[in-house]
Design a protein around this ligand. Sequence first.
Ligand code: DHB
Length: 466
Amino acid sequence: MTSPLRFDDTTYQSATTTVDGVAVTYRYFTGLTYVAQPVDDIQKLNVFVPEAYFNGQHVNGYNRVSAPIFMPNTVGGYMPGPRDYPRNSQPFSRGETILKALKQGYVVVSAGVRGRTQTNFQGEYIGKAPAFIVDMKAAVRYVKFNAGRLPGDPDKIITNGTSAGGATSALMGASGNADFFDTPLLALGAAPATDDVFAVSAYCPIHNLEHADAAYEWEFSGIYQWHRQKIRVVNNRRICTPVHGKLTPAERRLSPILKADFSGYLNELHLTDDIGRPLTLTPEGNGSFKDVIIAQLRQSAQEALTAGVDVTKYAGVTVVAGQVTDLNWDRYLRSITRMKGVPAFDTLDLSSPEADLFGSRLVAAKHFTPFAQDHTAVTSQLADADLVAAIDPLTYLLKPQSHIAQHWRIRHGAADRDTSFAIPMILATKLKNNGKDVDFTFPWATPHSGDYDLPELFSWIDNLCQ
Ligand code: DHB
């Protein structure tokens, strides 16, 4: 009997679309179940392949066996991330990314993965952590299991995502073949294959959740006003309404306590800069680690200035004779503004997406930091520490237990306040310190978003794969 997970290249449809003025013809294979015992209909994937590969032709120097396999996810807010396709009108869709990747000659695999709000027919939660990453791993195992049948090079898988999807991508890169996920993968009937990947593209990854609250106060402590967008989806359109508020007296009391925790954590990471000097923080939160973040933000401002952008739109940026001579941390942060309350992620009323992520089959939400559990405003449980660690990419960088991707491209906008600048900086630095190839910047004036520089992302991929 052939395996139900065997890719069948004879059942497909074709389409031709104009992408940036060029006609792109591709075959697509949709709704392929990537596990033998799915628990939800979302556990299916779509495969897109440049038509040229079925006629013995090349695209951008690639052919049917050598093309990179690009795996963008649609995860946002740790919600369910359905499989995607070009011209998908859902607000989460990255259909344009798929088309542009096809034009570049990549095979694209878009897998649907479970998210925190999903329930089964009995009303039990089926998408709490670690479901999102288990599903993504199962999808990669399906691709690798089908090596030689499914077009593309399974040794050149590149994951891609934004925000919670960026965290998903980063976790894929960090946790390849980690034991923790074997049992749930087995239960789903995942294909017998490995799940490590070649390269990671991560935009503003909302990860390292356990330390994100302390990092947020390290950055924003002393700023009491917050500004964010309330997002509603009406007729497939995202409607954003600005909301503003002030930290309560209780939040103001907690902020410095969280901030004080951050330096200890950061120093224990033993990060170093490119020439081996320690990156550290004083108990007050100053020091070389902060200095490298400021230097990198300044460099980003300089590049934007050189490209003709008015970088003084943000307070704290000093320009003298065509040079960004200073970026004043406090003034700059007041200019981009605080977005979240205290704690920013493990909110004391369990209302955050992250607390919801750490719920379980029968429990809607749990705290995931001892700090929030100690200060909780509601009856609550603390999530299993092993689970919290297992979905944090840093865990795998601190103690060898997985196959880690060699190549990383991390972007976090210089105007992003969804998590502290420290969080992607820690990830990028630890990866570099572990000998990985890392391309990390804070693109100027860029808010919490992704896929905004696809030509550059694709040339990064081509440099690795061509
Ligand atoms: C996302 C954004 C957040 O601010 C957050 O806390 C979690 C997820 C997101 O956009 O995916």
